[in-house]
Design a protein around this ligand. Structure first.
Ligand SMILES: Cc1cc2nc3c(=O)[nH]c(=O)nc-3n(C[C@H](O)[C@H](O)[C@H](O)COP(=O)(O)O)c2cc1C
Length: 204
């Protein structure tokens, strides 16, 4: 069975972001797609130091003292991923930003062609900027971005409030339907033959 990793980037294990991800998990199940919620927790997470050791050893961050390498492995094993974040000061949560920079810098090359989607939860404002930030990780890494019927946002300060966001929850279900559809459509499709990647620091 195909599987989607649902990353809960909130320090709240079962808060608003979790509520949105659970709606996605339940809908995926209806379409015979398995899922797992991975909570980033409240422990210390380093930011990327830019040492670039991972460029010589792709798929692994040199710092093995937090969840980074565990999360890279999880992302490698699944067929698609959804990354959920609460909105903090109109951006994604700092801990999530720190871990995603490292997960995608070290491991992104191994996630190519896996469909991905971002989801954000906010009380009032800053949702679309945070949503844009999450999408950057996918579009950098040749990952098809799964659409919904609107931008992937739920509103609420508590899970109970999120459950009252009828439109937000429908957006989550539509996203899950599209994720299942895309996964099945792409299943036996050969991936494009890409050119060797050029990397120039200047435009001329
Ligand atoms: C440090 C901090 C900053 C926040 N900044 C915003 C914000 O800029 N805009 C907003 O609408 N909500 C903001 N919130 C509220 C959360 O985004 C909102 O309650 C979210 O749904 C919580 O999700 P969670 O239960 O999964 O952690 C902030 C909360 C915290 C703790």
């Amino acid at each position: 069975m195909m599987k989607v990793l649902l990353i809960n980037g909130s320090p709240h294990k079962e808060g608003c972001t979790y509520t949105a991800l659970t709606e996605i998990a339940n809908e995926l199940k209806k379409h015979d797609v398995d899922s797992e919620i991975f909570w980033i927790g409240t422990g210390q997470i380093r930011g990327c130091t830019g040492c670039r050791v991972c460029k010589k050893n792709p798929g692994k961050c040199i710092f093995d003292d937090d969840i980074c390498n565990e999360l890279i492995k999880k992302c490698e094993e699944v067929d698609g991923m959804v990354i959920g974040s609460p909105v903090y000061f109109a951006g994604i949560n700092g801990g999530l930003s720190a871990i995603l920079d490292r997960v995608f810098y070290a491991g992104g090359i191994n996630f190519e062609n896996k469909p991905g989607a971002g989801v954000v939860s906010c009380r009032r404002a800053g949702a679309s900027a945070s949503f844009d930030r999450l999408n950057k990780y996918f579009t950098y890494n040749k990952m098809p971005v799964v659409p919904s019927q609107y931008w992937n946002v739920v509103h609420g300060n508590t899970p109970e409030e999120v459950k009252q966001d009828i439109e937000g929850l429908q957006i989550m279900r539509t996203l899950a339907k599209n994720m299942a559809w895309l996964l099945k459509s792409l299943k036996d499709e050969p991936t494009p033959e890409y050119e060797e990647k050029t990397f120039t620091n200047f435009i001329r």
